[in-house]
Design a protein around this ligand. Structure first.
Ligand code: MTE
Length: 327
């Protein structure tokens, strides 16, 4: 099998960011050696004996089931299988909890109850919603979307949530609203950010869209995944899902949504503007300055090593919905 090297994301050193092949290989290695006591604190090693870590990982994914969900037939499947939940739930980017993929345990510190989301700025009906209000006000649907990280790995995920357009209709932006800024939860007393560059990063994590992008049929707020509430490592209790853009555009654990008239500063674009554009549409023909974007490692099945090299599609395969936004 041909391995493609996934270079470090921004200035994170290579031992801090783990490409999928190395990550899952390491876990298989640890599994093999559990009997010898190597890595016993980290992983499950036999199929009949579960480590406490494995049990904790599984319980982090056992969130309350969401009911009354419609499966949107337009997004019921894609040309690839849905990634196994246990893989998606242990291979995450959530820099508030550290600069590696293995943050699921630390993310359990995220305080999600109660949770309020302020929607404000250039709108006729500003409102602070309780997360439960959002889940009942807007009909919830499931959408299976491709997910493509700028680091050239990908998954397919069954999100549950509601179209961003529904929130736009509820708050009625004024004609001066041109952009929308999304702000993630950040409280340094709770989540101090990764220690390897503490203090030098533009917290809180913020992302932004043009208002026309937010109004596109595909733009989605997720409150759930795999039929239940979002696990904390995936950005509970509310995150953005913009499937035609690189994954970093999808801010997690959102507390504020502001309609504004200027393009907002965003986290990765502020740090490294020449590597992470504001627009960040998936584009196989536009290499990242440090690696190709022509192909991706598609992570699908566990346990252990399982990925396929796939060609990356323009707009991540969603051109028919969104190309007109950029003509
Ligand atoms: N949101 C916040 N608040 N903090 C982050 O570090 N990482 C982004 C995005 N949203 C990030 C974030 C990146 S780089 C990616 S690829 C996706 O979350 C990863 O989502 P997942 O862990 O659910 O797969």
């Amino acid at each position: 099998m041909t391995l493609i090297k996934i270079p470090p994301h921004w200035e994170v050193s290579e031992n801090q960011i783990t490409p999928p092949d190395i990550y899952f290989k390491r876990r298989r290695f640890l599994k093999t050696f559990i009997g010898a006591g190597i890595g016993a604190s980290l992983l499950p090693l036999t199929s009949c004996q579960k480590s406490s870590s494995q049990t904790a990982l599984e319980s982090s994914l056992q969130r309350p089931k969401l009911t009354g969900i419609t499966k949107n037939p337009a997004f019921a499947k894609v040309d690839r299988p849905i990634t196994e939940e246990i893989l998606a739930g242990q291979y995450n980017n959530f820099y508030e909890f550290g600069g590696t993929k293995n943050i699921w345990l630390k993310a359990q510190k995220l305080p999600t109850d109660p949770w309020k989301v302020e929607v404000s700025g250039l709108v006729k009906n500003p409102k602070t919603y309780d997360i439960e209000d959002l889940k009942t006000k807007f009909p919830l649907e499931e959408r299976v979307y491709r997910f493509r990280c700028v680091e050239a790995w990908s998954m397919v995920l069954p999100w549950v949530g509601f179209p961003m357009k529904a929130l736009i209709n509820a708050v009625e932006p004024t004609s001066s609203a041109k952009f929308v800024r999304f702000t993630s939860f950040y409280d340094p007393d709770v989540i101090p950010g990764p220690t390897f560059h503490l203090g030098s990063l533009p917290w809180p994590y913020q992302e932004g869209l043009r208002i026309e992008e937010m109004a596109n049929e595909l733009a989605f707020f997720a409150v759930g995944l795999y039929g239940h509430d979002l696990p904390k490592q995936h950005g509970a209790p509310l995150r953005m899902v913009i499937p035609w853009k690189y994954g970093f555009k999808g801010a997690k654990s959102i507390v504020k949504i502001e309609f504004i008239d200027q393009k907002p500063a965003t986290y990765w674009n502020t740090l490294v503007p020449n590597e992470y554009s504001f627009e960040a549409n998936v584009n196989p023909n536009k290499p990242h300055p440090r690696w190709s974007q022509a192909t991706e490692k598609f992570i699908s099945k566990g346990p252990g090593l399982s990925w396929d090299i796939k060609e990356t599609l323009p707009y991540n395969g969603y051109g028919e919905y969104v190309a007109s936004l950029y003509s």
